[in-house]
Design a protein. Structure first.
Length: 397
């Protein structure tokens, strides 16, 4: 019996991928083994995070890294590190930022609900640029000069949300920022795969980059990665770890902290509310290493097989109601475009699939265009036939 039924919760079929609302990705057994083994002994967390920093540096090409409680927490800590460095008075004050520079520039078109995590640090977002193409009122989007024109003495850095569609492109923006001595914090939470995006710090020169641990990395959903400049990672680490220690006894990992550079220990910082357990760290590092070594590539054939099963049933049973489009990059997906002859709208079909038994959740990002998306990453092999059968029965064939 499912552990969830034991608690009175009915399991669903998740065909919408590693979305947070549905609990992220399934963890490989190696990752779960790491979690269990890690719980059996004790290690000091700052030594474990220093080891994590080395593993993350190796996998990403960055100088240093930190395991955070999700990419969102990494955004909060990244902004906190950019604002405070190792100034203990500032660290103690967050999210109050009265009296020191706290503004981060962001393209208006890159604002999203996730930037609440940046604002939670106390940083203030200053929007720049217009996306005239979205407005169907021109073709131009946020431009470099608009960032430059917005820089003032209150500017501490730039927030950039990375994707293959982002504009302006990252590298010239970083060059501009560095000419003004401003660090760039990059949200690349869901931009893995492709695997090369893991080395974004190295390829772009970004100061800090965040990734989710619970999406395609297949680590615990409550983990994430912040990687980049060593001094900023040290600040983020200082603001996250528990600080209930005597400065005289504190024996910090040398590669991150030099005691001589600090007047004392800070109190618990803004990131103390975003702690990560030793088990989560061990599990995430195991997942990261597997992803970086290409060990997940073998799973892709199984994902394609799920899509093939659904495709062959739908093309045989209701060829006139749907048009299928397969994508293979950056990961396998199938778009189900509803034809005008289809008896249900995409929204209604989505609703009825969720109300069925077992409940089925499809990707709902393009409902307005009449498209349902199947992302097979979280499917078990037997789920494909169930999805196909339910779709056909709702479509009346
Ligand atoms: C998922 C996501 C986040 C949050 O990541 P968590 O690991 O869930 O905290 C932030 N930004 C973007 C763009 C995301 O897709």
């Amino acid at each position: 019996m499912s552990i969830y039924r034991q608690f009175g919760v009915e399991p669903i079929i998740n065909a919408s991928g590693t979305v947070t609302r549905l609990g992220g990705a399934p963890m490989p057994s190696e990752v779960l083994d790491a979690f269990r083994e890690a719980s059996e002994v004790t290690v000091p967390l700052e030594q474990l995070q220093a080891a994590a920093s080395r593993v993350i540096a190796e996998a990403t090409g960055a100088e240093a890294g930190l395991v955070t409680s999700g990419a969102a927490a990494a955004l909060t800590l990244g902004a906190a590190a950019i604002m405070c460095g190792t100034e203990l008075a500032k660290i103690a004050k967050l999210p109050q930022t009265d009296g020191f520079a706290n503004e981060m520039l962001v393209a208006r078109e890159q604002r999203s609900g996730y930037d609440h995590a940046v604002r939670a640090s106390g940083a203030r977002l200053v929007e720049v640029g217009l996306d005239e193409s979205r407005a169907q009122a021109g073709g131009r989007r946020a431009e470099l000069w608009e960032y430059e024109a917005a820089i003032t003495e209150n500017t501490v850095g730039i927030l950039y949300v990375f994707s293959s569609e982002s504009q302006p492109s990252l590298q010239p923006l970083i060059e501009l920022a560095h000419r003004h001595n401003l660090p760039v914090l990059v949200d690349a939470a869901a931009q893995l795969p492709p695997r090369e995006n893991l080395r974004l710090v190295e390829s772009s020169g970004a100061d800090l980059v965040t990734y989710s641990g619970g999406k395609a990395l297949r680590g615990p959903q409550s983990t994430g990665i912040l990687c980049g400049r060593r001094d900023l990672i040290a600040s983020a680490t200082l603001q996250m770890l528990d600080m209930d220690e005597h400065f005289e006894l504190w024996d910090p990992p040398q590669e991150l902290f030099k005691r001589s550079q600090l007047p004392g220990l800070p109190r618990n910082g803004i990131g103390r509310a975003m702690k990560v357990s030793k088990e989560e760290i061990a599990a995430l590092l195991t997942a990261l290493t597997m992803f970086a070594n290409g060990e997940y590539d073998a799973l892709i054939d199984g994902e394609r097989a799920c899509l093939d099963t659904i495709k062959s049933v739908l093309t045989a049973e209701c060829p006139d109601l749907v048009r299928l489009e397969e994508q293979d990059h950056p990961s396998p997906k199938m778009l189900i475009r509803l034809e005008s002859s289809c008896p249900l709208s995409a929204l209604e079909l989505c609703r009825r699939l969720r109300a069925g038994s077992p409940p089925i959740y499809l990707g709902h990002g393009q409902l307005d265009a009449g498209i349902l998306v199947i992302d097979p990453l979280c499917l078990r092999p037997e789920d494909a036939a169930t999805i196909a059968r339910q779709l056909c029965s709702l479509l009346g064939s």
